[in-house]
Design a protein around this ligand. Structure first.
Ligand code: SAH
Length: 245
């Protein structure tokens, strides 16, 4: 039996948003690896071993998956949303780059999933209908100064933006600072939407102006979408026109 590794995105939460090819990979797997809450989204079944791990050990988790595949196991590494967006796919290739050469001939595939910003944008209408930037606001893997620099550059050049990992208990002040940078760069009338736990029973979506926004509107289950100068409301929807003014 030859092993393989598939890195799969489980989408934002709702079962209906898991793609059929991800479901098929999970059905064929002998082992599943991932951060605890994502692994628990998949029902246990005989023949499938679930390996749960902490959020901060992505490289160990990736190397573990590659090692199991080289031993003949069929391994699915799960991420929420899309595995290539601030998630496990890059960690797996980093482990591949640093691992034994034999791993390079393993059967490795990445299966896309619906990423949080696209699920949120669809709920809102079409806020990302023109050019946009996706920025991870966590400073776990990059300095805060770089985040602020990219945020300001994206805002000043007129990109709409989606922010992942906007605000955690361990760094409550940074998102307040991010809002200040945005107000200065875009103006207080720009629309900002807070989409929390999209496609789960706890979903909530709020749109306000930057002047009305307060840091407490975001947490780690929220993806934040900031419009550009043309982004506007139509009825209960928020959209960005396809042409720039
Ligand atoms: N790979 C994931 C992102 C992982 S980073 C993806 O493609 O969606 C984790 C961040 O994603 C969270 O802090 C939050 O900003 C966002 N996120 C993930 N699921 C979400 C959901 N259902 N609703 C809103 N935001 C979500």
């Amino acid at each position: 039996m030859s092993g393989w590794v598939t890195i799969a995105g489980l989408g934002p939460g709702d079962e209906a948003l898991v793609t059929p090819e991800v479901t098929a990979a999970l059905e064929a797997a002998t082992d599943m690896v991932g951060y605890i809450p994502y692994v628990r989204r998949i029902a246990p079944r005989p023949g499938l071993t679930r390996h749960e791990s902490d959020n901060r050990v992505e490289l160990d988790r990736a190397a573990h998956a590659l090692r199991m595949a080289s031993e003949g196991k069929r391994v699915v590494v799960v991420s929420s949303g899309d595995p290539g967006v601030f998630a496990m796919a890059s960690a797996l290739f980093e482990a591949l780059e640093n691992g034994p050469e034999a791993w390079l001939s393993l059967d490795i595939r990445v299966l896309p999933g619906i990423t949080a910003m696209l699920a949120a944008a669809a709920r809102l209408g079409a806020p990302l209908g023109h050019d946009f930037a996706a920025i991870n606001l966590s400073d776990n893997l990059k300095p805060w100064a770089l985040i602020e620099h990219r945020l300001r550059a994206a805002a000043e050049t007129g990109f709409a933006m989606a922010f992942y990992n906007p605000r955690s208990r361990s760094r409550p002040h940074q998102f307040a600072r991010a809002l200040d940078v945005l107000r200065a760069a875009c103006g207080g009338e720009t629309l900002i939407s807070f989409a929390r736990a999209v496609s789960t029973p706890e979903e909530s979506i709020t749109t306000v102006t930057l002047d009305e926004a307060v840091p407490e509107m975001a947490d780690m289950r929220t993806v934040v979408i900031v419009g550009n100068r043309d982004t506007r409301r139509v009825g209960r929807f928020v959209y960005t026109p396809r042409s720039a003014s």
